[in-house]
Structures are given as structure tokens and as C-alpha cells.
Design a protein around this ligand. Structure first.
Ligand SMILES: [Zn+2]
Ligand SMILES: [Zn+2]
Length: 760
């Protein structure tokens, strides 16, 4: 694969991740012999040290989070204390982020078939009759936060027998509870704790998560409880050779004449073809359904060339296929089977294959683009490796500052994790609806305020002012006839999504979040749905509908917006170099004012069409930095374009924040200005793109020095001359990536980071 000399230069790093020997297994002596026998029948001879440690803590009533790698057997660490508790007459509440995972867990429990277990799922698919049975008889209930929020908690009286005996709450795969959704789940768990107190139980919380930095602190934010953490993984693992790969710059020119890198998908198709031709069973992970199809197609074409040369057997192209969500279940099962049997050698897939599907025993995994978190990276890489044989994994960088940084900083991937899972339970937009829901469950008293955190008093006063709650001597009451839980849309943005409808057929193609509708489905926009292209004829905001018709334009569209930000309040600040760093609340006003048409292949600008859309405002949290005029003057005298430098630094820093907080760059936004009305100085803002904030900007504030240092390094390590999508250009820039000054951004950040360490 590396025998083509030009390719060797594309490998920026090779890491040999050694095999890990399993720690010794044992059973804690409190585990019932009947359970030990059941597990032994399923080939489990005991717990590895990390499982035993978490199980032991939970058994003793200590709340704990276990945060270890994929396939490290986290489920056994909660099943052992949980099933022990059911033998003792206790009940268990198991929460998973998805119905599919809960169904998987139920299947595993039924196969194990432990004594006294009456396990059942309770979710949107559970029939009315089953629900009654579950409430009355089940001692192990598998559900999700949505159902807890809308079903179990509001109707807590019907579950009284279950609550009274509740011994343990398992929160599985809890790293998914981040950002605004995580903040909602945090409040739902607080409501759950309050219900338990009412019924006299005090369950132990056991959380399981992928690896992350500071899992205990995250678990504490999620539950409001002190949590122990278990992070040392003692499960066995095969060795992996991990290569980091950076596609070369091409002669193609993109926005502002910037060089464009060869797409990660094109590189993946080349590598996939080579590996398949060498009889290496390979999975290629790509980011979109369309990419899965195109990588499979390109790979087959490359192999077809080999067949035409006579250097490969005629059936080789047929050994490559695509796999993605949207295929029929039976087709997917067929593909999985063909890959296992070796009938297929190469599969290009979206992350639909990442979880819960039994495809292992592959030789190599290609990962086209950073999958967003280390958890996903290892989940995907972990698909390679047959019975202790050395496996190959390749991470191929996309044209993006974070990918650029990672392929040049292997320590960020192979060292200790730096990303934490962030959320902000104090967000008043999240807290308010849950206080109403809690008051509807059981009237709120002053004693309850501790559970909901320090901001609850203020938020309650607002809710009373708005007429949502009534305050009496005894506390706060929900007196409306409506359902309080309807106030919280825990997975959504608050507003109803915009429906995308095909005009000629009336077919509903999909939905778009209301906040992004202005920029993605405005009149004239090119809208892509499952590989098909449509043109938006009309966006009717009042009706919440975008009408589209099929079309095949040879251009793409890109919305331009005007964004203003005003500082409401700086909540915290400290000096940073000669400048200052702040964290606080802001109001962001943005308006989509026009859209650009660009030729699909060359990116050449074809036109700029005005749009008439109303402005949107967002009250949220931001981190911002300023530099004093004295620090700026020498730079400007030296020819630095201040606006372009600040704008470039803003883009790159947005691209790098996901390294420290599990978010993606679409969760955050930025504004940079040469002179900001509120600070009176050159200022760069990075804000949470969700009403009330989601914890991302706060994390940026807490890790500002590391974050901005990484930002500077990402810009510096890109070999382009004046800026490209791998460093300072942003795919979501509302200003058409203008102005940008790459050298200026490096100097600006150097000045900002130049203070002596003791001041931090
Ligand atoms: Zn660049
Ligand atoms: Zn921009």
C-alpha cells in the first residue's frame, strides 16, 4: 500500500498500539452462585479488575461512572450488582439513549436467564397491555430518558411499588448526553431523584461511558451526585498499527483561490481498492450516505481497471459494496453475512455499522475523516483484528482544521484524552420547563431547590411571573390543565422543524431544524436528500414548509448572513497575554441576507442573490477575547490585516474546540470584529449555538490556553500559503470566507498567548 512513493509522504505518523494482556478475572464473594453459574455457561469466568472495581463500588452503594474503551465489557460491571439486587427483591431502572440498545440489552438478559428476573422494555413501542404488566411486575425496566420524562415520572403514582424498591439506576452510554440534550437529561435525572426520595428509596447510580477526560466531573454534572470514577481498562486487546494520513493539496482552487486537498473519500477509495486487491478484508468508514455509495462505486471502478489489465480476477469488483442506514434490514443482514464469510472483501459504510452490528474479524479499517470523538474512532478502529492478529487502521484527514491538527499531533489521539463531555444543567431555557414538570409531579418546596441547582430560585421567580407556576406558602404549584412535560422538547431546538415537501408529489422528504432552515432551505437553495438533488421553490416560515422540486443544477448554493453580537454580561474574566479573556451571556442576532451560487466542480462564483428573511436572535453563552490597542498597533503598522487575522483565528478556534469539548463545529458559532461596540476593542467571540448555552463556550473558557495554542498549531502546520479549508476557511462562514489573513492570525494568537504562565 505504501509502495507508491508519493503516498509515503501522506503518512504523517504510524503508531503501533500494542496488544494488552487481560487482567486476572475473579468474582466478588457477594455474587450469588446461581448467577456465577449462568455466566459460566456463557463463557464468562469472572470480572476483569476494572469491572470488579465498578461493581464493588456500586454494590456498596457508591455512585460510580465507568469510563473505558469499547469492548471492555462495561455491561458486566453493572449487571453483576444489578442482578444481585434483583435477587434481593430490589428493582433496577436501566436508561439507554436509544430503543435499539435497550432491545439489545433485553435480548442479552433473556439469554442469560437469571433467576427471579422479570425484565422488560418500556418505551414508545410497548403496547398498552404490556405497560400495565411492566408497571406491576417487572423488576428490571429498560427505558430511555424521553420515556422517563413523558411517561414514568409524570405518572409516578402508578409506579409506586417500583420506586419503593428501586436499588440502582444504570445510565448506559452516557457520553451521548452532552450539550443541550445532556442538560435536559441532567434535569430529568434530578426529577427522578426527587421522586425516589418521595417513595423512600435512594438508588445507586452507575453510569457507563466511552473514554473521556474527567468522567467523574461530567457524571457529577449529569446526576448532581458525587461520583467515583473507574477509568483503567484491563480487558484484553489485539495490537493495531494505526496510520495517520493527510491527502495532498491539489491544483484545484476553491474559495478565494485557496488550494483544495484531495478529498478523504477519494483517498479512501484508492486505499480500499489496493487492500481488496491484496485480499485484505477492509471496512471504510465515511461520513455520509452519499460518500458510502461513491467510495464503493469508485473502488469497484479501480478494481475494474485491474481486471481489464488482467492483473485481477474478473469477480473482484463484485467483492466491494456500500452499507448505510436507509437500506432494507434484510439487505443489511445479507451484507453483514457476506462480509463475515469473506464473500465480500471491502465495504464502504456510514457509522450505521459502528454500533450494535456483529461485524468483526476484519483485517483493516479506513476512517475517512475524524469521526467526532475518540470513542467513535476506537469503536471504528476496533472493528479490525482477527483473533489476536495485528490489525491495520488508517485515519484519513478531511479538509478541516481539526483533522489537520490531529494528523500532525498524534499525542492528542494516542495519549490521554483531553475532550470532556460537557453540558449545562443550569441553562434557564432547559431548567424552566423541568421545574414546571417537577412541580406538576409533586409541588416544589424550598428543600427541592438544592436538587435543581443554584439558578433554580431565579428561574422559578420568572416562571411565576410568566404565570406558569403559582407560588404559595408551601412552595410552587403547577395549576394549568396542560401537560407540563410538553414544555420541554428534550431532543429538539424548541421550535417545530420545517418540513421539506416535494411540490409535484406532495411527498415529505425530510425535516430541517427551524434554526438552520433559513440558511439551508431558503428559496433558491440546492437541497440534497439521499443523493438526490432538489431546488427549493419556496420557504413558507409561517406554515413551516419548504416546497422543493427535483432538479440537477450544476451549482451549489451557500447562504450569507449578517451576524451581530452584544454582550449582556461578563460572568468571569482573567488576563490572557496582554489581552483579556471573558465568559458570559450574549445576544446574537443573525439574518440570512443573500446566497451565493457556485459551480459544483470548480467552486467558481456564478452569482449572489438577495433574500428577504427575518432576523433571528439567540440568547446564549460565549467565550471572548480582546487585545488592547497598544498590542495591536505594532502589528497593524507591520501590515497585518486586523479584521482578516481575527476572522481567521475565529474560524480555526471554532474548528478546534471539539478537541476539548464533545461538540461539533456546527454546535458553535463565532463573530470577530476589529472594534466591538461593547468592548471598545478588537474582539473574537465563540458562542454556543443553542438558546441559553450548552457548555461548549464555558469549556473553551476553562481550557483557553490549550485551546488557542492548538488553534495556532493547526494553522501553523498547514502547508498552504494563504489559508485553505484545512486551516482557516470555514464551510459555514456567513461572509464567504472574507477577509482572512493566515499569517496575521498566527501573529495575533502568538501575541495573545505570550504572557507568562504564572498569570493563568
Ligand atoms: Zn491551509
Ligand atoms: Zn467567517
Amino acid at each position: 500500500m505504501l509502495d507508491v512513493p508519493a503516498r509515503r509522504e501522506r503518512v504523517t505518523h504510524v503508531e503501533h498500539v500494542p496488544a494488552r494482556q487481560a487482567g486476572k478475572t475473579r468474582w466478588p464473594d457477594w455474587v450469588d452462585q446461581r448467577l456465577v453459574t449462568r455466566w459460566a455457561n456463557h463463557g464468562v469466568s469472572g470480572l476483569w479488575p476494572h469491572q470488579a472495581e465498578a461493581a464493588e463500588l456500586a454494590h456498596r452503594g457508591q455512585n460510580v461512572i465507568i469510563s473505558t474503551g469499547t469492548a471492555s465489557g462495561k455491561s458486566l460491571s453493572y449487571l453483576v450488582p444489578a442482578l444481585s439486587a434483583t435477587l434481593d427483591g430490589g428493582t433496577i431502572l436501566y436508561l439507554s439513549p436509544s430503543k435499539a440498545l435497550a432491545a439489545d440489552q433485553l435480548r442479552a438478559l433473556r439469554e442469560l436467564d437469571p433467576p427471579e428476573l422479570r425484565a422488560a422494555t418500556y418505551d414508545g413501542d410497548t403496547s398498552f397491555e404490556e405497560r400495565t404488566w411492566v408497571r406491576r411486575h417487572a423488576n428490571y425496566v429498560l427505558t430511555n430518558p424521553d420515556m422517563l420524562h413523558r411517561g414514568l415520572l409524570p405518572r409516578h403514582t402508578q409506579w409506586s411499588a417500583f420506586w419503593r424498591r428501586l436499588r440502582m439506576v444504570v445510565v448506559d452510554e452516557c457520553h451521548g448526553y452532552r450539550g443541550v440534550f445532556g442538560s435536559h437529561v441532567a434535569q430529568i435525572l434530578r426529577r427522578l431523584r426527587r421522586i425516589c426520595v418521595r417513595y423512600g428509596s435512594r438508588p445507586t447510580f452507575l453510569l457507563s461511558s466511552a473514554t473521556a477526560s474527567e468522567p467523574g466531573a461530567f457524571a457529577n454534572r449529569l446526576t448532581g451526585l458525587q461520583m467515583a470514577e473507574v477509568t483503567t481498562d484491563a480487558s484484553p486487546r489485539g495490537s493495531t498499527t494505526f496510520a495517520l494520513w493527510e491527502p495532498p493539496l491539489t491544483d484545484l482552487r476553491g474559495e478565494g483561490g485557496a488550494p483544495v486537498r484531495r478529498p478523504a473519500t477519494a483517498e479512501s477509495a484508492d486505499l480500499l481498492a489496493d487492500l481488496v486487491a491484496s485480499d485484505v478484508r477492509t471496512l471504510a468508514f465515511v461520513r455520509s450516505r452519499r460518500a458510502a455509495e461513491s467510495v464503493a462505486l469508485t473502488t469497484r471502478a479501480r478494481l475494474g481497471d485491474l481486471v481489464a489489465d488482467g492483473s485481477a480476477p474478473a469477480d473482484l469488483p463484485d467483492k466491494v459494496a456500500a452499507y448505510r442506514a436507509g437500506y432494507l434490514a434484510e439487505d443489511r443482514r445479507g451484507l453483514e453475512k457476506a462480509l463475515r464469510s469473506g464473500e465480500l472483501l471491502g465495504l464502504a459504510t456510514t457509522n450505521a455499522l459502528e454500533l450494535g452490528v456483529d461485524v468483526s474479524g476484519l483485517d483493516a479499517v479506513l476512517i475517512a475523516g475524524w469521526p467526532g470523538t475518540r470513542a467513535s474512532l476506537w469503536q471504528q478502529a476496533g472493528r479490525a483484528g482477527r483473533d489476536g492478529q495485528d490489525a491495520l487502521a488508517v485515519l484519513i484527514a478531511r479538509d478541516d482544521p481539526l483533522d489537520t491538527y490531529l494528523v500532525h499531533h498524534p499525542e492528542a489521539l494516542f495519549g490521554r484524552p483531553v475532550e470532556t463531555i460537557v453540558l449545562d444543567p443550569g441553562n434557564p431555557y432547559v431548567l424552566g420547563p423541568h421545574l414546571c414538570a417537577a412541580a406538576a409531579e409533586i409541588p416544589l418546596t424550598h428543600d427541592d431547590l438544592d436538587v435543581f441547582g443554584p439558578t433554580s430560585k431565579e428561574v422559578l421567580a420568572d416562571l411565576v411571573g410568566d404565570g406558569l407556576l403559582r407560588e404559595r406558602a408551601a412552595g410552587w404549584f403547577w395549576t394549568s390543565r396542560g401537560r407540563a412535560t410538553d414544555l420541554a422538547d428534550i431532543r429538539g431546538s424548541g421550535a417545530a422543524p420545517v418540513q421539506v415537501v416535494e411540490m409535484s408529489t406532495g411527498r415529505l422528504l425530510g425535516t430541517v431544524d427551524e434554526p438552520s432552515a433559513h440558511s439551508t432551505v431558503h428559496a433558491g437553495a440546492v437541497y440534497v436528500h439521499q443523493g438526490e438533488t432538489f431546488l427549493v421553490a419556496e420557504l413558507d416560515l409561517e406554515a413551516g414548509v419548504a416546497l422543493v422540486e427535483a432538479g440537477a443544477p450544476d451549482y451549489t448554493t451557500f447562504a450569507r448572513d449578517v451576524t451581530d453580537i452584544s454582550v449582556i454580561e461578563s460572568l468571569d474574566s482573567h488576563p490572557l497575554g496582554p489581552g483579556e479573556l471573558h465568559f458570559g451571556s450574549v445576544e446574537v442576532t443573525s439574518q440570512v441576507v443573500a446566497y451565493l451560487k457556485r459551480r459544483a466542480q470548480s467552486g467558481e462564483l456564478m452569482g449572489d442573490e438577495p433574500l428577504d428573511l427575518p432576523p433571528r436572535t439567540l440568547r446564549t453563552r460565549a467565550v471572548w477575547w480582546t487585545l488592547p490597542t497598544s498590542a495591536i498597533i505594532p502589528l497593524v503598522e507591520d501590515g497585518l490585516d486586523l479584521g482578516g487575522a481575527a476572522h481567521a483565528a475565529e474560524h480555526a478556534s471554532i474548528g478546534l474546540l471539539p478537541l476539548f469539548a464533545t461538540c461539533d463545529r456546527w454546535d458553535i458559532g463565532g463573530v470577530s470584529t476589529e472594534l466591538h461596540a461593547d468592548t471598545g476593542l478588537p474582539t473574537v467571540f465563540v458562542y454556543d449555538g443553542h438558546e441559553g448555552g450548552a457548555g461548549f463556550a464555558e469549556r473553551g473558557y476553562a481550557r483557553a490556553r490549550d485551546w488557542l495554542t492548538a488553534t495556532r498549531e493547526a494553522i501553523a502546520s498547514c502547508e498552504c500559503e494563504r489559508g485553505c479549508p484545512s486551516c482557516i476557511q470555514s464551510p459555514k462562514c456567513g461572509n464567504g470566507n472574507e477577509p482572512l489573513d493566515k499569517a496575521g492570525a498566527l501573529r495575533l494568537l502568538a501575541v495573545l498567548l505570550s504572557c507568562d504562565e504564572s498569570r493563568m
